[in-house]
Write a protein that binds this ligand. Sequence first.
Ligand code: DQA
Length: 146
Amino acid sequence: MQKTIYIINGPNLNLLGKREPEIYGAQTLSDVEKRCLETAQSHEIDIVFAQSNHEGQIVELIHEAREKAQGIIINPAAYTHTSIAILDALHAFDGPVIELHISQVHKRETFRHHSYVSQRADAVMAGFGTHGYQLAIEHMGMLLNK
Ligand code: DQA
């Protein structure tokens, strides 16, 4: 059976390409989605690519992934640093979780250095730019097929 990964993006990532491009780059979220689809196809993985500005909606997406996916790649954006609800939802998910940040958060303001989600994540990526999504899919493919 072909494996499914949920790729979940948090608040303000809908503005990718327009928002602080010196930090987050020039690619839009739909550019990122397109590349993710290509990478996933070449690894014979199905993806569900989602973005929400709402914490509860992200929790719902994680619940949905419990039923439909074997792995989660999540960029929780600002909720990384604040959300126990997202951490708890991820604790209720059984498969591998990769936490991804486009920017190198540890080089930035100290409030970005703490992540609730890291307490659940099996791998944490930061500073690979939007290319990180492709790397995360490749790694997830490896985790799911071993
Ligand atoms: C981010 C880093 C977060 O600190 C920030 O709030 C974001 C994006 C990143 O991808 O680098 O919105 O998760």
